[in-house]
Design a protein. Sequence first.
Length: 303
Amino acid sequence: MHLPSRVQLVEVGPRDGLQNEKQLISAATKIELVHRLQSAGLQEIEVTSYVSPKWVPQMADNAQVMCGITRKPGVRYSVLTPNLQGFEAALLSKPDEIVVFGAASEAFSQKNINCSIAESIERFAPVVAAARAAGIAVRGAMSCTVGCPYEGDIAPQQVGMLAARMKAIGVQRVDVADTIGVGTPLKVQRAIEATLAHFDVDHISGHFHDTYGQALVNTYAALELGVWNFQSSIAGLGGCPYAMGATGNVATEDVVYMLHGMGIATGIDMDRLIDAGVFISDALGRKPNARAATALLNKRHAP
Ligand code: HMG
Ligand code: MG
């Protein structure tokens, strides 16, 4: 088995994490979180989304947050854009990468972005073309690649079909997402293999929610296939407003602990990462939902 020697993490806490919080988090707190994440060594940060504020009120301060960040050279700042309206608004705050987000499940596509899979691809096509013409990188998130809250199990063929459509409109890399965290290692590997028919391994990212406690082992299963880009959320924040009961992404602290323990480099400073998790958890009035953070904080405070 040949595991990657280096992994690049995309920190999605400010977007996937905070989009799901009931209490309003100020733009200043979000900006400070991004600053702490970049000083911990994260090189890719998904900052916010340009979606309807009626659908996702937590992201209504998108422009304020994007414009308030002091950018660190070498860090890639990405934002979600579901349509041209979102892309045009996003353009003003100069993201390095935009993310179009579709689903391998028809029902989830309808609930999340109010259109069918085929319609979503038609909407994404001009967004992708405009982004690439403006020199902005394009990622495609593929939701429900193993299971859907409305349709149950999703066949790998559905994932392959979506990946092919994303590729055809010029998406450069894709996220294989387990939106509701129901996946187990072999199912996740089947979804990745279906994607590998259309994107090479350097252009695939794993995005695993941890609802059933499988996200870390699913990350390992993806590493076994050579995937070296993963999305994770500081302090395990998050979920999806259109996937009831789904919890946050795998916690960044837990993934980093596992990777460093396996001798896989991430460029991330664990102490600073934990401080970033404590910062946002304090703002939310709770403890970080990350086992490695809890353990290391206990050790820090031990007499
Ligand atoms: P729609 O209602 O079909 O859109 O929503 P519309 O074009 O008919 O427009 C209706 C209204 O929305 C209009 O306003 C538009 O101006 C406005 P009104 O005239 O009623 O005042 N509107 C917008 N406003 C701001 N930004 C925009 C925008 N577009 C239209 N871009 C839409 C379609 C996609 C906008 C809507 O369904 C939406 O915003 N959905 C939110 C989806 C979302 O953010 N989901 C969570 C992120 S995805 C996720 O978490 C999964 C992921 O993590 C991977 C995984 O885990 O699976 C990525
Ligand atoms: Mg997600």
